[in-house]
Write a protein that binds this ligand. Structure first.
Ligand SMILES: Cc1ncc(COP(=O)(O)O)c(C=O)c1O
Length: 408
């Protein structure tokens, strides 16, 4: 057993070691305390757990299967690659796992509206979906660059009845969308609930979102053991934006010291140059961002660096506080994959297995391929396929199609 006890983290102030916490204006302090109290009061009740399990099974389609990617493994050589198919969830990604939880909580707290930021649009679509399901209004803040890039998801959010609020300042991507959503939340924290899209933000969000996502790893552990005669995977791999799909997969395995855990950050077009990547743990340092302490990419005054990745869901200058902690204690290894490697993996998975991954998830696939090559054939690598690529196909083909032999 390792020193990490996920059941005991964070502490009552929301700290994972030195990371996390709540660094917010006084007017937000009470509101966040109210959310923490409401969540703590219901989280372990049979009624709430049954409700989550019901929607998990009958609405999201859980458990998501594990697929042995034999063709991909054969082309790579080395270890066998398995995929946890979160791409098969209703709305096409893992984000729906925490959105249902957050929407149910908002409803129980008597809120009228649920608001959030989105990058790739997956969290926005999932939240708009959950809002429609439980009967809440929904506002989604999204950078104008991402609105262009992720057009199909913008249309889906509007069909679902959400209001998509364009954010036009700064780089017009995920960080600015978070700024704008926080600002809107501060204006009316009484009738609205901010349903953050990852394991980031002030306490209790990193804890709450992780709790809603940890079903991924709980299922995966059981499913893998059933098919392997009781053994666990050699390694787990997940992409890391804020880090929710990775925490979702890793949490159930944190105490299994013999299972190696890899979090994959986006190194964009150049990991050595500011503004060309979002490799937060690889290149960042501890500091404050959006009300919590974490590794982040920032200058000496604490102003966040511009960040970039081909994957809109990964270009955030911070990362979840639990990831920051797991990096420091070396329980999880954080590595990076660039645009080109991710795009190659995107096409290779599509052509080897008939599965088009989200460009975010393709970062994890690319690293799994690299890792598999270094391992023996009886080793196993389980990748969290966090989402499907429907949202990305227009952009990817328009920008990079010709490099992969596609002309339209
Ligand atoms: C499919 C997919 N995977 C991964 C991510 C990254 O988020 P997180 O690191 O919170 O899992 C996103 C974010 O939008 C996403 O849409």
């Amino acid at each position: 057993m390792s020193a990490v006890d996920p059941g005991k983290m964070p502490d009552e102030n929301g700290f994972f070691g030195e990371y996390g916490g709540r660094f917010v204006p006084p007017e937000l302090e009470g509101v966040l305390e109210e959310i923490t109290d409401a969540y703590n009061a219901i989280k372990d009740t049979a009624e709430f757990q049954e409700e989550l399990a019901y929607y998990g099974k009958h609405y999201i389609g859980r458990p998501s299967p594990i697929f042995h990617a034999k063709n991909l493994s054969r082309t790579v050589g080395g270890a066998q690659i398995y995929l946890k198919r979160e791409d098969l969830n209703h709305t096409g990604a893992h984000k729906i796992n925490h959105c249902i939880g957050e929407a149910l909580l908002a409803k129980k707290m008597g809120k009228k509206k649920i608001i959030a930021e989105t990058g790739a649009g997956q969290h926005g679509v999932a939240l708009a979906t959950a809002a429609a399901l439980v009967g809440l209004e929904c506002d989604i803040y999204m950078g104008e660059v991402d609105i262009q890039k992720e057009h199909p998801n913008v249309v889906r959010m509007k069909i679902l009845g959400a209001r998509v609020v364009p954010v036009s300042h700064g780089l017009k991507t995920l960080k600015e969308a978070v700024d704008a959503a926080f600002e809107a939340y501060l204006k009316d924290p009484v009738t609205q609930l901010y349903a953050i899209g990852s394991v980031v933000g002030p306490h209790p969000f990193p804890m709450m979102v992780r709790d809603f996502q940890k079903v991924i790893g709980e299922e995966a552990k059981k499913q893998f053991q059933e098919t392997s005669g009781g053994s666990l995977p050699t390694a787990l791999v997940a992409c890391v934006g804020g880090g929710s799909n990775a925490m979702g997969l890793f949490t159930a395995f944190l105490d299994n010291d013999d299972v190696e855990l890899y979090g994959i950050e986006p190194s964009g077009t150049d990991v050595e140059e500011i503004g060309k990547h979002a490799a937060t743990i690889t290149k960042g340092a501890p500091g404050l961002l959006h009300g919590f302490k974490c590794y982040n990419l920032q200058d000496e005054e604490g102003t966040p660096h511009p960040v970039y990745s081909v994957a809109s869901g990964l270009d955030y200058p911070g990362v979840g506080p639990q990831h920051s902690y797991l990096h420091d204690i070396q329980r999880v290894k954080y590595r990076h994959i660039g645009d080109e490697e991710a795009l190659t993996a995107f096409f290779e998975l599509a052509r080897a297995e008939g599965i088009i991954p989200a460009i975010e998830s393709a970062h994890a696939v690319a690293f799994a391929q690299k890792l598999a090559r270094t391992l023996p054939s009886d080793a196993t690598v389980l990748v969290n396929l966090s989402g499907r690529g429907d949202k990305d196909i227009d952009y990817v083909v328009e920008q990079y199609g010709s490099s992969f032999g596609i002309t339209l």
